[in-house]
Design a protein around this ligand. Structure first.
Ligand code: IPE
Ligand code: IPE
Ligand code: MG
Length: 247
């Protein structure tokens, strides 16, 4: 193994490197509870962890990182936790606007934007505009995101195009994917869930059809680049067959 950061890179070894990693950032609440802190304190530390992992993913040459930050079901939480998370999102996006171009980090937000506040929508508009100025690594932040909701929104938009005469012919997988929030983004090679649960919780239902799954008990605020290296190393030992057989 002659790899940078302990990771075998394509070209140096035979093992392919994940171009796109998706992460379910889970365990913030339990992390806080263990310390006798309010849940929002766990989310605040979780944002710091996210920042570090974003930089790391850019540094190791990935194309995409997609992170699940707030689901369509998370509105069921107490009002103070929801507003605390939204405030953290505002803070994250506001800081990103100042540094993302210099740091070469493009941002996109996946989810039902119609459920977000005007303040957040304006920040998203600005991050989109900045992201359009350069190429390279992109982080996709999933907020008010649900896999089923994303598929339904895509179906409804497609139906609108059919009614308006803008869509002709058979609907293919590729064409359908272009209606999803993830349009133009390759499917995740590796899906990681922190926090010990082993479920998708409505994340990227369409896109994860052939992703490799990796579950860790590490709570998200404790997650580190070394943990990501471990997940990538496990991924590199997997045999992805996509329904075929090994050559
Ligand atoms: C993940 O952490 C962040 C969100 C879902 C917003 P949790 O808040 O779900 O943390 P746990 O699972 O309760 O520990
Ligand atoms: C999944 O975590 C959603 C996010 C990480 C944003 P949850 O904590 O909401 O998932 P469940 O309720 O344990 O399935
Ligand atoms: Mg949770």
């Amino acid at each position: 193994m002659t790899a940078q950061n302990g990771i075998l890179q394509t070209g140096e070894g035979e093992r392919p490197f994940p171009r796109h990693i998706a992460i379910i950032l889970d365990g913030n609440g339990r992390w806080a509870k263990k310390r006798g802190l309010p849940r929002v304190a766990g989310h605040a530390v979780g944002v710091e962890t996210l920042r570090k992992i974003v930089y790391y993913c850019r540094d190791i040459g990935m194309d995409y990182l997609t992170v699940y930050c707030f689901s369509t079901e998370n509105w069921n939480r107490p009002q103070d936790e929801v507003s605390g998370i939204m405030k953290l999102l505002v803070k994250y996006l506001s800081e990103a606007i100042k540094t993302m171009e210099q740091r070469r980090i493009r941002l996109r937000v996946f989810g039902d934007l119609s459920g977000l506040s005007p303040e957040i929508l304006e920040l998203i508009e600005r991050t989109n505009e900045i992201s359009s100025r350069f190429e390279g690594f992109q982080t996709n932040i999933c907020v008010n995101y649900g896999g089923r909701d994303e598929i339904l929104r895509a179906v409804n938009r497609y139906a609108e195009d059919v009614r308006a005469g803008r869509a002709e012919g058979e609907l293919t997988e590729e064409r359908f994917a272009s209606y999803l929030d993830s349009a133009g983004v390759s499917d995740p090679d590796l899906l990681i869930r922190a926090g010990g649960e082993q479920r998708l919780s409505n994340f990227l239902l369409w896109q994860c059809a052939y992703s490799e799954f990796y579950f860790t008990d590490v709570l998200w605020p404790d997650f580190t680049p070394e943990e990501l290296d471990k997940a990538i190393a496990v991924y590199q030992r997997r045999d992805r067959r996509f329904g075929g057989i090994k050559a």
